[in-house]
Design a protein around this ligand. Structure first.
Ligand code: 6U4
Length: 199
């Protein structure tokens, strides 16, 4: 399977999902980022991004890995800065994210935790909100439900493929390439795999 991996990915990976078409976008360097998700029971904490790249989308909490930090240290720092909480984050997966014309790739190390301390607070960058990843007993969410389902339509297009893996505790590695369509980024091509020993 290794020969079929998109450029920039490596490891003993088993394809989980792929889609889109066209050539993978070229890049000459990777820049390192983090993204962290806190799970509590059947709920997951997301943040509504209020500014910067990815504004007006829901996402985990994260940002650039600073010089001298490991990705795990950066993930802890960003979670505290953006949501005001502390959590025992563990590595959950890796995402190589590209946008057309940038020439460089975001290497995003993704973390998760099943407990946390503190109280999530709104910051200048993010407004935290809990969502449910379990379907309601009736099978249908109604709008009076106090916790709504994960709002994939307001997230980056690829998150729908790997967030369920993260919730299940299955490690993943993937790549998603985006192009601008009007004033929106649209996913042009994607590939996600799970790690071979992880069944
Ligand atoms: N869940 C996700 N799915 C995805 O496809 N791309 C993501 C992603 N989370 C982050 N990215 C990409 C797009 C995003 O704008 C970029 C930078 O991540 P962030 O928005 O977390 O970092 P920031 O630009 O806020 O960095 P800081 O200023 O250091 O906080 O990485």
């Amino acid at each position: 399977m290794t020969s079929a991996l998109p450029p920039g990915l490596e490891g003993n990976l088993v394809e989980y999902v792929r889609g889109g078409e066209g050539d993978w976008l070229p890049f000459d360097q990777k820049r390192f980022y983090t993204n962290a998700f806190v799970i509590q029971g059947d709920k997951i904490l997301l943040g509504w991004k209020k500014r910067g790249f990815g504004v007006n989308k829901y996402n985990g909490f994260g940002g650039k890995v600073e010089l001298g930090e490991t990705p795990a240290e950066a993930a802890m720092r960003e979670l505290k800065e953006e949501a005001g909480i502390v959590a025992p984050l563990e590595h959950a997966g890796s995402l190589l994210f590209m946008t057309k014309g940038a020439g460089w790739a975001f290497q995003i190390e993704i973390f998760s935790a099943r407990s946390y301390s503190g109280i999530p607070i709104e910051t200048d960058e993010m407004r935290p909100e809990w969502f449910s990843f379990a379907p309601p007993a009736s099978g249908v969410f109604d709008t009076n439900e106090s916790v709504m389902p994960i709002p994939y339509e307001k997230m980056w297009d690829d998150d729908v493929y790997w967030l369920p893996l993260l919730v299940q505790g299955r490690k993943f590695v993937g790549r998603a390439d985006f192009v601008m369509e009007g004033d929106e980024f649209k996913m042009a091509r994607h590939w996600f795999g799970t790690i071979k020993s992880d069944h």
